[in-house]
Design a binder for this molecule. Structure first.
Ligand code: ACO
Length: 331
């Protein structure tokens, strides 16, 4: 049976570091509060000329290099992002052009923080059906442009960055064993960026938006509720992945969760009975980079030699939509 195997990873984060101490000079917050409630110490912020496609391109080039794959060998370009450069064209088209990939399909995936896992599923369908042999999947975000920098309850959480993987059809036992995806649109209000899309603002909304923060094109989040749903849902997603593969948590060499909040990650690990030594965490340095967080973490795990051939890695994510999902890969 054909499997989708990750044959190369790459990541890129902007050079500018914004620490909690820097933030405390701008808004009413403190390093102690942010560290205790989230585990985040600093995040990266893109320069004024950097765009999501630029971050994606840099991560993609590194992934192609690691995979020893030429742009002309790519059959499909996918970019998971909630912060595309433009409404259209898709950021994937901009990446395809600048990489010099031939004109096969290229499109974006909008599933907020679950975007990378949604992307794995799409790539896997193309590969399993034979529609593509080699797929470039990038998670790239520039959340610093869509946070309200006057709202301390959200602006401390997010950062910019991109991570990429190259997947190729493989007939060995290595590769993607399963992907499970879910969405519950009825809970869209927990986490959203209203009115950057085609949804019209009512007159009342316009008045409210003009008078009160947050600005309509920035993130709104019901943090407490989101937190509770996230912990419950991530445990379910992980268990679904384990059961589908007849695995026990002890079989997992490394859990790479979406990096949203240290307390969410710890609570999920505890519920699964996984020691934190087998959970990859880098949100202290990057904050929540949404769809980029898992591929950045995976790339760092690879570079730190945290995964050996044949070991099992579990990905899980949760985000706006609501969307959530999990995937198991035999490395
Ligand atoms: N600094 C200092 N104080 C703050 C800050 C801050 N940055 N932010 C909020 N506070 C205050 C609040 O005003 C409140 O004060 P009050 O008690 O006087 O009213 C107090 O701290 C407690 O606020 P809570 O919101 O109850 O704090 P909580 O412990 O819930 O932490 C947080 C907030 C970190 C946002 C948490 O709820 C969380 O992580 N939620 C989940 C977010 C998430 O995971 N999103 C995932 C997906 S993201 C995506 O899909 C794009």
């Amino acid at each position: 049976m054909k499997r989708s195997r990750i044959i190369g990873t790459g990541s890129y984060v902007p050079a500018r570091v914004l620490t909690n101490h820097d933030l405390a000079k701008l808004i009413d917050t403190s390093d102690a509060w942010i560290t205790e409630r989230t585990g985040i110490k600093e995040r990266r912020i893109a320069g004024p000329d950097e765009t999501t496609s630029e971050l994606a391109l840099r991560a993609a080039r590194l992934a192609l290099g690691a995979a020893h794959v030429k742009p002309r060998d790519i059959d499909l370009v996918l970019v998971a992002t909630a912060t595309p450069d433009m409404f259209f064209p898709a950021t994937a088209c901009l990446v395809q052009d600048r990489l010099g990939v031939r004109p096969g399909p290229a499109f974006d995936i909008s599933a907020a923080c679950s975007g990378f896992i949604y992307g794995l599923s799409v790539a896997d369908q193309y590969i399993k059906t034979g529609a593509a042999r080699t797929v470039l999947l990038v998670g790239a975000e520039l959340f610093s442009r869509i946070v309200d920098w006057t709202d301390r309850s959200t602006c401390v959480l997010f950062g910019d960055g991109a991570g990429a993987v190259v997947l190729r059809a493989d007939s060995t036992k290595h590769g993607l064993l399963s992907v499970h995806l879910h969405a519950d649109g009825s809970q869209w209000e927990l986490l959203n960026v209203p009115s950057v899309g085609s949804q019209p603002l009512t007159a009342l909304d316009q008045v409210r938006a003009a008078k009160t923060a947050p600005r309509p094109q920035t993130i709104r989040m019901k943090g407490n509720e989101t937190f509770r749903v996230a912990v419950r849902t991530l445990e379910q997603a992980a268990r679904e992945a384990l059961e589908a593969n007849q695995l026990d948590a002890s079989d997992i060499a490394l859990l790479i969760p979406h990096q949203a909040n240290m307390r969410i990650i710890q609570a999920t690990a505890k519920r699964l009975g996984l020691p934190m030594s087998r959970v990859f965490v880098n949100l202290d340095r990057y904050g929540n980079t949404s769809a980029a967080s898992i591929p950045i973490a995976l790339d760092e795990a690879v570079r730190e030699h945290r995964l050996s051939e044949g070991e099992l890695v579990l990905f899980e994510a949760f985000g706006g939509g609501l969307t959530w999902g999990s995937a198991v890969v035999r490395w």
